[in-house]
Design a protein around this ligand. Structure first.
Ligand SMILES: C[S@@+](CC[C@H](N)C(=O)[O-])C[C@H]1O[C@@H](n2cnc3c(N)ncnc32)[C@H](O)[C@@H]1O
Length: 247
């Protein structure tokens, strides 16, 4: 059985698989319901969060974008609508999520603009200085080795290129915090189980948010890895945040 450090959050605590293998298996398993549950559980606000994150790139107007942990390609699709890009490449370790993403891209006639490839954030299969911008939405929390993923991203960014991360965070205001805990501890796993038949996935969602280094802790990690001009923008009562940094 795999040995996990006490603070490593994995979807299946008793599994012999590595965190990465477990995460890929879990997303393969829920891929068919992922988009529906994502929009349903966030009450649709995730679309606004994605747009705000992508607007952090409006001044840069990147031509080549890498969307890491692209999943079913929602970020890549909105990027193609909001930015004047030449090419967006999405990578993900879950073939199940990528399959759904490819179908959406075909249906929207975006196959000439967006390409989805099976790939790992911790060993990115591109040369140094390949991309003007990298985006990661709700992905960094799932990396097996956060620092390794973020430094690989920096390696493939061009000098002056920008990283935009969108990630769930825990609200700080007391009443909001209590409502949020009720929602995340009880309602989300129950709805997740009902529709995806996978309670683990939505309990993992909650646990992984609890343990994730958020706010200043996350920008410190970016600073330590050599990212410049880092900042954090909390959204919707602190339930989500945008983090940015430049190479
Ligand atoms: C919560 S989903 C987010 C998907 C998409 N970015 C979105 O905004 O809906 C997290 C995704 O991260 C992917 N993932 C986790 N670890 C990864 C890694 N090391 N490299 C690439 N993708 C990874 C999972 O397979 C999953 O598709």
């Amino acid at each position: 059985m795999a040995e996990f450090a006490h603070d490593t959050v994995v979807p299946y605590q008793k599994s012999a698989l590595s965190k990465k293998e477990q995460v890929a298996t879990m997303f393969d398993d829920i891929a068919f319901k992922y988009d529906f549950l994502n929009h349903f559980l966030s009450g649709g606000v995730d679309v606004g969060w994605r747009k705000k994150a992508i607007r952090q790139l409006s001044i840069l107007q990147p031509k080549q974008i890498l969307d890491v942990a692209t999943g079913t390609a929602d970020m890549a699709i909105i990027e193609s609508a909001l930015l004047n890009t030449e090419k967006i490449t999405g990578i993900d370790i879950s073939e199940g999520m990528l399959e759904i993403g490819r179908k959406k891209i075909d249906k929207l006639g975006l196959s000439n603009k967006i390409e989805l490839i099976n790939g790992d954030s911790e060993t990115i299969n591109f040369a140094d200085n390949s991309f003007d911008a990298v985006t990661v939405a709700f992905g960094v929390r799932n990396f097996e080795n956060l620092e390794k993923g973020l430094s690989e991203i920096k390696r493939v960014l061009k000098p002056g290129g920008k990283l935009v991360v969108l990630e769930c965070t825990k609200p700080k205001m007391i009443v909001i915090k209590q409502l949020y805990n009720l929602y995340m501890n009880w309602i989300t796993p129950a709805i997740g189980k009902l529709f995806s038949k996978n309670r683990n996935a939505y309990s993992y969602l909650n646990e992984s948010i609890k343990k994730f280094p958020e706010g200043k802790n996350f920008t410190s990690i970016l600073n330590n890895l050599g990212y410049k001009n880092t900042y954090c923008k909390p959204l919707t009562l602190g339930t989500c945040s945008i983090y940015c940094g430049e190479k």
